[in-house]
Design a protein around this ligand. Structure first.
Ligand SMILES: *Cc1c(COP(=O)(O)O)cnc(C)c1O
Length: 483
């Protein structure tokens, strides 16, 4: 006999009632976030206070009360004053595809456990490959985040390029990758997971704009060879996370082709610019890369977490997780496209293709062009505002929607400026009208904005700069009044 509790848990009526209520709450939230200018982006709580709240909390069987509390206690990405980390205000339709995914819950480990999303995944990946400019033999898959996509690409590269069979025999030779010292930390982590160790991660210095110095690739490669290291891949950042500056991908591609090594592009943030007719020039040379990772949850309006990993030669995707001898015995690649778990790290995987497919089919590729172009344009507007005000200083000329700057318009030394900018960011967090983050470049602390919300206006940005001035003066007068 089924327990009454389980009947209640699975009650369609309860789902219908709670679901309608939730959609109403989220719609109200969305409307207010976008249209009510004085709403806070975040109501900051100290971690221990937040913990104490949830430890004691009792929703008293009210799902609506629980939802309200969660909404209240999260940062609001749909508020135009959200300018913090690189994650999309999700397109509402993809919140609905999340719901569809969650209830159907096909695990996608094998084809029949997700027939529709498996087929959609192929459609979506082929379409992105086409936009990249890859040829007919290109292919790809979706995976759980840029971090995992980069690791998967490097595993594939190792399998393809390295002379020994590491998958079977383990690391018998000293292997290495080359990457900019400004690359996302997950590249370093991937290399260490692969057993390359610190010596196997050759960090190439950056120029004054924080882009990889391509003029050094050759000499670093030679030095590595002399030390007995076998370099099998070079990774370009598109862009690097901290500054938003793109590496020269064309130069890197040419270098990789000449050395017969793998070229992977970490386009987690800005790979989506291939969809922008105005900004795709930043990715010049992308079609020569062996693999490209693009996050859906950053510049493509999707809920976290979903990443497309595309390969110039689709065959390459089939032997990452397979012994080489086994690979030779396999039937044709075409027969096997639908067994995605053979090619991805995941066994169970959520039906992430629903988000990509629904956006492409409902709005077309143009929606990504609109989104990326609007936000990259906003980055330029912010740059202009900062350049005309000597109170601020840019870290680097912004090329996308990531803008790093700091307060300098108060006479104080470098160390105190670092402290001051750190304090400004903390006071903004506690104020909650805006949400921005900070970063360190060299020994200097910068405020960092990623303009992720297409409804952010020039006035919103000016409002942030004004608020920073107010906070700066408050902080300085507090300090001066201390006994
Ligand atoms: C965000 C980011 C990553 C990590 O991607 P996740 O999807 O968060 O795992 C990797 N590289 C770059 C350049 C990024 O911006």
């Amino acid at each position: 006999m089924k327990s009454s509790m389980l009947r209640k848990v699975y009650s369609a009526e309860e789902f219908r009632k709670n679901g309608h209520e939730l959609i109403d709450q989220l719609s109200d939230h969305l409307e207010a976030a976008i249209n009510e200018p004085n709403k806070k982006v975040i109501k900051w709580k100290e971690p221990d206070d937040e913990y104490d709240f949830w430890k004691e909390y009792n929703p008293n069987n009210s799902f609506a009360a629980f939802n309200q509390e969660v909404i209240k206690r999260c940062v609001h990405l749909h508020n135009p004053k959200y300018m913090g980390h690189q994650i999309s205000p999700s397109a509402p339709i993809t919140a609905l595809s999340s719901l569809l995914n969650a209830l159907l819950n096909n695990g996608m480990g094998v084809y029949e456990m997700g027939m529709a999303p498996t087929a959609m995944e192929r459609v979506v990946c082929k379409e992105i490959c086409e936009v990249i400019g890859y040829g007919k033999s290109s292919d790809g898959f979706l995976t759980s985040g840029g971090t995992l996509a980069n690791l998967t690409a490097l595993l594939c590269a190792r399998n393809k390029i390295v002379k020994t069979n590491v998958w079977e025999e383990g690391n018998t030779s000293k292997l290495a990758i080359m990457v900019s010292e400004e690359a996302h930390y997950c590249i370093d982590r991937a290399a260490r997971i692969m057993g390359l160790g610190a010596k196997g991660i050759i960090k190439i210095p950056v120029d004054s704009n924080y882009a990889i110095r391509t003029d050094l690739l050759e000499s670093y490669f030679d030095q590595a060879n002399e030390k007995g290291l076998e370099v099998f891949a070079v990774i370009g950042s598109a862009p690097s996370t901290a500054t938003g500056v793109y590496d020269d991908l064309e130069e890197m591609a040419n270098f990789a082709i000449k050395k017969k090594i793998w070229f992977h592009i970490d386009g987690a943030h800005g790979g989506a610019a291939i969809f922008s007719s105005k900004y795709k020039r930043l990715l010049k040379g992308i079609e020569k890369a062996n693999s490209v990772a693009i996050d859906g949850h950053k510049m493509m309006m999707m809920p976290s977490i979903t990443t497309a990993l595309l390969f110039k030669d689709g065959q390459d995707t089939h032997h990452t997780f397979r012994q080489k001898a086994d690979y030779l015995l396999q039937e044709s690649v075409e027969e096997d496209w639908y067994n995605l778990a053979k090619r991805t790290f995941e066994c169970t995987k959520y039906m992430m293709s629903l988000h990509w497919y629904i956006l492409m089919r409902f709005y077309g590729r143009k929606v990504f062009d609109n989104f990326v172009t609007t936000l990259y344009d906003l980055g330029r507007e912010m740059r202009d505002l900062i350049l005309t005000d000597s109170f601020f200083e840019l870290a680097v000329e912004p090329v996308c929607n990531i803008v790093c700057f700091r307060v300098v318009g108060v006479t104080t030394s470098k160390d105190t400026l670092n402290k001051l900018n750190t304090d400004i960011r903390q006071s903004l967090l506690e104020d909650g009208s805006y949400y921005i983050v900070k970063t360190s470049l060299g020994n200097t602390t910068y405020l960092r904005c990623t303009l992720m919300n297409p409804f952010t206006t020039k006035e919103d940005i000016q409002g942030l700069l004004n608020l920073i001035k107010v906070k700066t003066h408050q902080l300085l007068s507090l300090k001066n009044n201390k006994p």
